[in-house]
Design a protein around this ligand. Sequence first.
Ligand SMILES: [Zn+2]
Length: 382
Amino acid sequence: MTESYDLLLKNGDIVDPSQDMRQRGDVAFRGGRVAAIEADIPVTEAAEVIDVRGHLVTPGLMDIHGHFYYRGWPGAVDPDVACLPSGVTTAVDAGSTGWGNYPALRDYVMRDSHTRLYAFVHLCATGLTSLTARVGELQNLAFAQTDRAIRCIGDNPDQTLGVKVRIDHRATGEANALPALRMAREVADATQSQMMVHVSGTPVPLVRLFDFMRAGDVATHILNGYAHNVLDGNGRIRDGVREARERGIVLDVGHAGVHFDLNVARAAVAQEFWPDTLSTDIHTPPPDRVVYDLLGVMSTFLALEMPLEAVIASVTSKAAAAIGKPELGSLRVGSPGDAAVLELQEGEFSFVDAVGNEVPAGQRLHAVLTVKGGHRWRALAA
Ligand SMILES: [Zn+2]
């Protein structure tokens, strides 16, 4: 007989914020897409059946800030190693390359990866690869050409999301901070695309950066602990930060190990101020730096008592909205067939930040399996 479905996940605890769904049930896939969500789908109807009782079933997770130009930059990681084993089926390269080397990211990484990848194109022609030589990428604005960046984004509309710029002491210094932001604004406007702005370690006040940002732009590293963070001198969320959110600017975590401060996060949480999206800024860290995968960042926020459904939303439906891809991050019937099966492990864990603070945790998320394109994803043998 011919089965109706390629794959059936049985008895899961389905959490899909895109449909306001939390229910016990079955998810079936056919032809690379989600084909059915029902309380009980007969096992005879599927070619492969996996009993996921006791585990969460979520849409494929999305990490909107990582670095995946691993064939060209030692600071980056292989997306299929960093993402798929953790339930992440869609990821965004956050400006590892600029217009000069973006074609190599596209042709030698994105084209070969099973992980669905998008990219922000850095304002600097060579992206972050200058960091290999310990040179901030926009210390010299001769490395930024708006016309070429505009052409690069315009020529690659399916894979690029917009322009990336880092406003930071090392990246731009103070003199180039606002000129670089102005140039990024020009690129985003000309291409009608998004701007992702690194706001950690900025030499100018955070709220000043928001003046250049519009609805849909992403401020990443939003819970960093450097000067000009989201808190004012009294530990209150700055009015300008709340206004930025009201204007539709996406506030993204971009943890990175060095751009996340638990004291800032705790103060934000105490004021019920949650980030919009959780992301890793995953990269190859130096030996003394802890960079979490997306499950580690999600588990950190569970430890900070962010509700589970909100944590899942921030890496599925809200992440999809943040990158303008609402068809992703969902288990709606007809959606791309990506899902994560996650176990909420009980135990004694702790999660750290940039400066050695720790948050204890009684649970953490662990990926049991990943569904990509309607089939169980398996790592190739090493
Ligand atoms: Zn980054």
